[in-house]
Structures are given as structure tokens and as C-alpha cells.
Write a protein that binds this ligand. Structure first.
Ligand code: MZP
Length: 511
């Protein structure tokens, strides 16, 4: 006979945290949000990779590319670059994150000396940048011969066919700095010589990057930024259970710090084979998360297969229709609570702590606090990050409001069939498990993450916790009745802002 769980499966919205004692030392400024990303012998050794904030971005085409990864690592979180693209393209995105040096820009509008003023005007229109290095072959890293800025030409007086070589500021009149110069030194040179930009060149006088005066303030180092031992941003990468023998080496070579098997359902031999292949070829050197699972058995299986972290959640994603389509899944809160208990049992038995990630279904900012309190070490978010400037999708105007496109990996648009693969020769999506949608545009990642985390810190203080482990230890959680959920929002008043009234459920979501 089938097995029946005793409890109904519940979502985050059905729980609240009951405050604990807050001593006077428990203030948001003192809260640390550091949290382990991969398994380690807790109490005996340091975790090899620790996140500064408990947020990672979803392994999705509409969420995590190199730009998102840089923005999120700057704040202390981590992106998993989507795997539903060619191995070369995914590795190139990883490479761009690892090569990125805050404040050092690879020039995308470049000239060669035999180009004409007309080309300058065209590039200006295309890229909007008025500073254009002139290199021997017109490439971003060619031998530097000069530079053209708005001060070098006058459109009203010059012929459009005039050669760049005749009006550029030549190399011998330029101030440059050698490769390896720090951002601070570059900035000092810019100020000392009253420059707008400073080209960085290698020992052969080839252009490496440009540093701009206007960028300096926005690139002052951020105390939380997530860096590797070479001071490069950390980045994760999604993999699948089909082409790992080719994809994993390419991603590791490109510098990926951690991998994650991206699958809608992880309690399977396909994950076991993938993890085994990685352990056979790289030992413990390559860190890899697995999932998704929603119960103790699934966790135990992936832990025994060697997963470095385990992702929890099936069917709770905002764009996910897996529960409707296939009737599988579990309420996210119940899944996290059960998996966290099993994780703790596993730790008691083995001394190895395997972080768990609550993936999908975070609607309000306080759901992050609930997920952490219930035992998650970090959360993965798709819809949340898709709303920001840094997500890869288009911003569009719909009915007078800006929206960003957001589509599921199981939608016909993403066609990520490997995520739903159950073996066999058949390849391709046979039915959709995700939708193609819009989410309200919300501005910059930095501002939104800061606000979200200020709420998490504040909740933690209400619970008397200054760290995530302390929150997990001290949290007191209560189920709420459907009537008390109504009481939880503004009620029995007429809101001045009718839009807010029309979508009460959007306080955090649609900010
Ligand atoms: P959310 O933050 O938008 O609620 O959920 C994001 C999560 O949904 C992803 O991390 C992934 O686990 C899951 N996802 C992605 N695509 C689909 C789909 O097409 C999906 N069904 O469920």
C-alpha cells in the first residue's frame, strides 16, 4: 500500500516566527549572515567556501549570466550560471566572471588607425562611449597606438573620411599604466594627471583594459564581496546528468568555483552517476551540489552519493507547473523542515555538515528568514533576481509599467530538457513544466538585496540571533490559521494607495 505522510505539506506562508528574548547586544549591525556553501567537518575545520549572504541566484537562462554573477558576488552571494546553453558559451560566461576586475573595463568600442571619422561617429552611436582606443588591429587587446575622445575631433569642421591616424592622440602623448596596477593606484594617476580614463597596457604595449574616472566610486571594495584566493569573484555553474564528461572539465578549466546538478528531481541514479564521475575524476577538489529533493530519503541518498550541498524544493517555483502537470512536489516549508532534520541526523552520525539550499517559492522577503530558521543554510531565488537590471532578460513596458521577462527552464522557451531528463534515448521536452512570464521591474540588485537583508537581520534580532546557526537553534515557529493570515496584512482600513490594496500580496514582490 502507498505510504501516506502524517502531516499535510505546508508552504512558508503558513508559518510565523515567534520572537525570542533580544539582549541589548542583539542589533542588526551586529548580525553576521555568513553561511556555509559546501560540506565540511563542522567544529573541526573551516568550510572551504562560505557565502557572505545566504542568497544564490537560480540556474536559469532568465536569471544567471555573467553580469548577474558579478553583481551578486559583489554583494556577497553567488550565481549559478545556467547550463542550458552550449558548453563553450557557459565556460565563456564563467571565464568573464573570473577575469572581471572591478573598475577595469575591456573596451568594446575600438578603432584602427586607418578607420575614418565616420567610423568614430558610428561606434559612438552604437555603444554610446566617447573614449575609443586605437589599436594596430582595431581589437580590444591589440597594440595600443593612440586614443580618440570627443576632444580630438570637431564634426562641423572635419571631413567624415578623415583617417583616425590623423586626429587621434598618439601613444607617445598618452599616460598609461602597466598591467597589475591596482584600482587605487590607477585612480591616483587619473587624479594626478586630470585624466578621464587610463589605459592599462601589458609589457608589449598591448591594451589590457581601461579605467574610468567616473567609475571609481562605484567600485570601492565591498566588505562582503565573495572572492577566491586570487581575489577573483566566485561563481557557480549548472551542469546536467547527460554531458558531464565534457561539460565539467570545461567549466572547471574556466574557473568555476562550484557546480550544481540542475534537475527538477534529484533522487535518481542519474545524479548518482554524475556525482560518481566527478569524484572519480576530481576527488573532493571539485565541489558539486545536487538536487532537488523534498524528503529525508532523497537527502540521505544524495549525501551518500557525495553531494557537497543539497537543494530542496519541487514544484514551488513561481514559474513552475510541475505539480499541476505531473502531480509531484511538496510544500516548501515541510520539505525544508524534514530535510534539515535529516541533515542534522547525518551530521550527528558522521561529523559532516552538508548545507541545504531552499530553492524556489520565496515570495516575500520574510520567507528567506523562515527558510533559514527552518534549517536552510541559504536560499536560491529566480523570480526575485529576474526583476533587476542585472538579469539577462529584456525590460518591457506593459500597461504602463516596466516588466522584465522571466521564463522557466521547463518552458518551451528555455527547452532545457536535460533538467527533466529521466534517461532513455528520447531527447527534447515532451511537455512543458514551466511558463513564460513577466515580473515587475524592480531596479538595481544592490538596492534590493540591501533592503531584503535589512529585514532578515531585523527578524533575526527579534529572535535573539546574531548568526544563522543561532537563528536555527533559537527560532520558535508557529503554524498560522487561515484567518490569522488575513490578520497578518493591513485589514479593515482603506489604503490610500489603491494599487497597493489591489495586490496586497505584493508588498515585497512588486517593490
Ligand atoms: P522562484 O524563485 O522563481 O520561485 O523559483 C526558482 C526555481 O524554480 C529555480 O531555482 C528552479 O529550481 C525552479 N525552476 C526553474 N524552471 C522551472 C520550470 O520551468 C522551475 N518549471 O521549476
Amino acid at each position: 500500500m502507498a505510504f501516506y505522510f502524517d502531516e499535510p505539506s505546508r508552504t512558508f506562508n503558513e508559518y510565523l516566527l515567534v520572537p525570542g528574548y533580544s539582549p541589548e547586544t542583539c542589533v542588526p549591525a551586529q548580525v553576521s549572515l555568513h553561511t556555509p556553501l559546501v560540506k565540511y567537518r563542522k567544529g573541526k575545520e573551516e568550510c572551504p567556501i562560505t557565502l557572505s549572504i545566504p542568497m544564490v541566484s537560480a540556474i536559469m537562462q532568465s536569471v544567471s549570466d555573467d553580469r548577474m554573477a558579478i553583481a551578486l558576488a559583489t554583494e556577497g552571494g553567488l550565481s549559478f550560471i545556467y547550463g542550458s546553453q552550449s558548453i563553450e558559451d557557459e565556460a565563456a560566461m564563467i571565464g568573464r566572471v573570473k577575469d572581471y576586475k572591478a573598475g577595469f573595463v575591456t573596451s568594446d568600442a575600438n578603432l584602427s588607425p586607418d578607420m575614418a571619422l565616420d567610423d568614430v561617429v558610428r561606434l559612438l552611436e552604437e555603444h554610446g562611449h566617447s573614449t575609443m582606443p586605437v589599436t594596430e588591429d582595431g581589437s580590444a587587446h591589440g597594440k595600443l597606438l593612440g586614443i580618440v575622445t570627443g576632444r580630438d575631433y570637431r564634426l562641423s569642421r572635419m571631413d567624415r573620411s578623415e583617417k583616425v591616424a590623423n586626429f587621434m592622440t598618439p601613444r607617445e602623448k598618452m599616460i598609461v599604466a602597466p598591467d597589475g596596477t591596482s584600482l587605487k593606484t590607477a585612480n591616483d594617476i587619473i587624479w594626478d594627471h586630470k585624466l578621464n580614463s587610463l589605459p592599462i597596457v601589458d609589457e608589449n604595449d598591448h591594451l589590457v583594459a581601461l579605467v574610468f574616472r567616473k567609475d571609481y566610486d562605484s567600485h570601492k571594495s565591498n566588505p562582503d564581496e565573495l572572492l577566491d584566493s586570487h581575489k577573483r569573484y566566485r561563481v557557480g555553474a549548472g551542469i546536467n546528468t547527460r554531458d558531464y564528461a565534457e561539460r565539467v572539465p570545461a567549466l572547471v578549466d574556466a574557473g568555476a568555483d562550484v557546480l550544481c546538478i540542475d534537475s527538477s528531481e534529484g533522487y535518481s541514479d542519474w545524479q548518482r552517476f554524475t556525482l560518481q564521475w566527478i569524484r572519480d575524476h576530481y576527488g573532493d577538489e571539485v565541489k558539486v551540489g545536487a538536487g532537488n529533493v523534498v524528503d529525508a530519503e532523497g537527502f540521505r541518498f544524495l549525501a551518500d552519493c557525495g553531494a557537497d550541498f543539497v537543494k530542496v524544493g519541487i514544484g514551488g517555483g513561481s514559474i513552475c507547473i510541475t505539480r499541476e502537470t505531473k502531480g509531484i512536489g511538496r510544500g516548501q516549508a515541510t520539505a525544508v523542515i524534514e530535510v534539515a532534520k535529516e541533515r542534522n541526523r547525518y551530521f550527528e552520525e558522521t561529523g559532516i555538515y552538508i548545507p541545504i539550499c531552499s530553492d524556489g517559492g520565496i515570495v516575500y522577503d520574510h520567507h528567506i528568514s523562515l527558510a533559514l530558521a527552518m534549517g536552510s543554510d541559504f536560499v536560491m531565488l529566480g523570480r526575485y533576481f529576474a526583476r533587476f537590471d542585472e538579469s539577462p532578460s529584456n525590460r518591457v513596458m506593459i500597461n504602463g509599467s516596466y516588466m522584465k521577462e522571466y521564463w522557466g527552464e521547463g518552458s518551451a522557451r528555455a527547452r532545457n530538457w536535460q533538467r527533466y531528463d529521466l534517461g532513455g534515448d528520447k531527447r527534447g521536452l515532451s511537455f512543458e513544466e514551466g511558463v513564460d512570464s513577466f515580473v515587475p521591474y524592480a531596479g538595481s540588485l544592490k538596492d534590493n538585496v540591501a533592503l531584503t537583508l535589512s529585514k532578515v537581520r531585523s527578524t533575526m534580532c527579534n529572535c535573539g540571533a546574531l548568526t544563522i546557526p543561532e537563528l536555527q537553534e533559537k527560532a520558535k515557529l508557529t503554524l498560522v490559521s487561515s484567518t490569522s493570515i488575513v490578520e497578518g496584512g493591513a485589514h479593515d482600513v482603506m489604503l490610500r494607495d489603491t494599487n497597493t490594496f489591489a495586490s496586497r500580496a505584493s508588498v515585497d514582490r512588486d517593490r
